[in-house]
Design a protein around this ligand. Structure first.
Ligand code: C5P
Length: 216
């Protein structure tokens, strides 16, 4: 069974999807981590962002392993680095590159093959797993999402402000929604869950109830 959780930045998809997978005994696939991993590797190598073919070549050469709680690139643990603002800011170069997307979509399908998986991203229900048994579009108001992200970033020692987080989030949402390949949008058969005012635990409860109803 494949459960897709798509939605905009800061909707709490990663933590909710991970907790849901744990409750169900499913594997968890964080696809945003893959786009981040490619951007991080390019940043490190000082790749020219104006050369999309070089970025695609790099993506194909890398060994990207996205585990339950660890992201390895060519065997190196980059779990923390890929979540920094510096990497977040350049990840759109990887996400908007159709050849990079094509490669990562294949990787995501291979990762999920034959298993029970909760997968999380922007295009999981629309492009990657159009026949998934359960699709959820997880969202919240821009203000609530920015507030949650601010707390998360501050906890990780990044110095930023609410206004900065909101501006970065708005730009990311626009880019994600307006790109030609794999844009952010709910699948026609997705259930929308708006998480404003819900505690993380309540979000997971709602998700679990939706999935169990689908399994019954
Ligand atoms: O979900 P997360 O914030 O880690 O994703 C980082 C970026 O990767 C997103 O802003 C989006 O541009 C891109 N992404 C994507 N398709 C996915 C998952 C993430 O384009 N399936």
């Amino acid at each position: 069974m494949i459960i897709c959780i798509d939605g905009p930045a800061g909707a709490g998809k990663s933590s909710a999807a991970r907790a849901l997978a744990r409750r169900l005994g499913f594997r968890f696939l964080d696809t945003g981590a893959m786009y981040r991993a490619v951007a991080h590797a390019a940043l490190r190598r000082g790749l020219d962002w104006d050369e999309p073919a070089a970025l695609a070549r790099l993506a194909r050469e890398l060994s990207i392993e996205v585990g339950e709680s660890q992201v390895l690139v060519d065997g190196e643990d980059v779990t923390r680095e890929i979540r920094t603002l510096a990497v977040t800011t350049v990840t759109h170069y990887a996400a908007n590159n159709s050849a990079v997307r094509q490669h990562l979509v294949e990787l995501q399908r291979r990762e999920a093959a034959g298993g029970n998986v909760v997968t999380e991203g922007r295009d999981q229900g629309t492009v990657v797993f159009p026949h998934a048994e359960c699709k959820i579009f997880l969202t919240a108001s821009p203000a609530e999402r920015a507030h949650r992200r601010l707390i998360d970033l501050q906890r990780r020692g990044e110095s930023t402000s609410y206004d900065q987080v909101l501006a970065e989030q708005t730009q990311r949402d626009q880019r994600d929604a307006n790109r030609d390949v794999g844009p952010l949008r709910p699948a026609a058969d997705a259930i929308e869950l708006i998480t404003d005012g819900l505690q993380p635990e309540e979000v997971v409860d709602r998700l679990e109830a939706l999935v169990r109803a689908r399994m019954a």
